[in-house]
Ligand binder design. Sequence first.
Ligand code: ZN
Length: 196
Amino acid sequence: MQKPNIVRAGHPVLRGVAAEVRPEELGSKDLSHLVKRMVEAMRAAPGVGLAAPQLGVDKRVIVVEDTEKHMSKLSANERSARGRVLLPLMVIVNPVLEVIGTGTASFFEGCLSVPGYMALVERMLEVRVTGTDEKGEAVDVVATGWPARIFQHEVDHLDGMLYIDRMLSRTFGANEEVQQRWLSMSPNEVREKLDA
Ligand code: ZN
């Protein structure tokens, strides 16, 4: 299950607050190499996002990308309920996340650093993320639905936070069990049945 190059829960790098990338690092070979490794690891996993601490690197860098292939198993209804839309590859250095509005949604989510499991996590529906890319070009993106969930999950990683800290813990389950028993139900139904 586990990809050898992705750090798993239990490693302290996932529990610290990652260091800001310094201005002189922007545009450097080292930073572009790190970003390249992150994108490769995310795509190989496969996953829809990755934070530098997941490669054992204590820096505030995230990459995200959601593709048709990742959502191919979801029906049109499931996609629309989740607000799951294509998210082009983005690299964000020193991301700052700001919540927009008060809307929330709960869905099952997992993490490459906690392989094999999923749980319902309540996330804000809309966020704005600002920062730069690896060369220092400004990035400013407003995301809703699933992309907003991905950004919240990845920025959490930079603050030493995992989804298991936010999950409805009674919904935590092995991927196979969740897929077989719970994924087709509405989140409210799952909560009711599991008393979560
Ligand atoms: Zn994660």
